[in-house]
Design a protein around this ligand. Structure first.
Ligand code: ZN
Length: 268
């Protein structure tokens, strides 16, 4: 069993880069980790040949600084290291390491995609006292991108409403979910998504909990609600199927790392 590790987020560090820093480098959306069965996060010394001049400070994991950056896909990896997307790494890394990797990915991706001002095109620079990149020409600031999304467990008596998207693994169904529109409350988004995807009306959504989900930059807001009226009519433009399931006849459920699974486990 992996020991519980403490992570403390931080904007910057007071010391110089150290060989034993955790260096989380991303090639596209894949993280460089050790290859082989015992997956672990690299240190700066181990990936010295790949370390970019500038990295983003993420915080400290068990007392060691965590730095991150995106690197070119063409960069050859040293022996013993491989790149892997974050989802399949859940279970190979500790929960804390996996969450830190998700945070690092979002920061590295924000830093990579905001090197130029979105208003006037001038190269931007990182601010020392805020998680932002600023334009020296027009003062425009770009912050890490965050997209709120709602995810909801809808029940009717002893049944739960689950939908299947065509990019899911075979036989997997999950709770309905969708992004919150600009100007919309989370509760209104829950009602709208359920109406759009399943054609039914529900009771007042109740808060469940939230999860940062780095695929690619969502803040998942979990709710529960009861069916109120209407027959399920799946919106086949967004989903392959939507239907009610009993506990006795469940499909393949989403993986344990997800808030979708937590919503369902709390009902099971
Ligand atoms: Zn500008």
């Amino acid at each position: 069993m992996l020991a519980v590790m403490l992570f403390e987020p931080a904007l910057s560090r007071s010391d110089d880069p150290q060989d034993e820093d955790h260096l989380l480098l991303f090639v596209g959306n894949a993280l460089i980790v050790s290859s082989g069965a015992d997956v672990r996060l690299p240190t700066r010394a181990e990936l010295a040949s790949l370390a970019p001049a500038e990295t983003v400070h993420v915080g400290a994991l068990a007392g060691q600084s965590v730095e991150t950056a995106s690197i070119d896909a063409e960069t050859p990896l040293p022996g013993g290291w491989t790149s892997e997307t974050l989802r399949p790494l859940h279970g190979s890394l500790s929960e804390t390491e996996w969450a830190v990797a998700g945070r690092a990915y979002q920061l590295a991706e924000w830093d990579r995609s905001h090197r130029f001002c979105g208003v006037c095109g001038t190269p931007t620079a990182r601010l020392a006292d805020e998680r932002a990149r600023a334009c020296p020409q027009c003062a425009h600031r770009a912050y890490p991108r965050h997209s709120p999304a709602v995810i909801m467990r809808i029940t009717r008596g002893d049944e739960v409403l689950l939908g299947r998207s065509n990019h899911f693994p075979p036989d997997m169904y999950s709770t309905l979910a969708g992004f919150v529109d600009v100007g919309e409350s989370a509760e209104a988004a829950v009602r709208r998504e359920v109406r759009e995807e399943a054609g039914i009306e529900i009771t007042e959504p109740q808060w469940f909990g939230s999860q940062s989900w780095a695929f690619p930059h969502s803040l998942m807001l979990g709710f529960t609600a009861e069916w109120a009226s209407g027959d399920v009519i799946a919106d086949l433009t967004e989903l392959e199927d939507v239907q009610w399931f009993t506990r006795e006849r469940l499909p393949v459920l989403p993986p344990p790392a997800s808030i979708a699974r937590r919503l369902l486990d709390a009902w099971l």
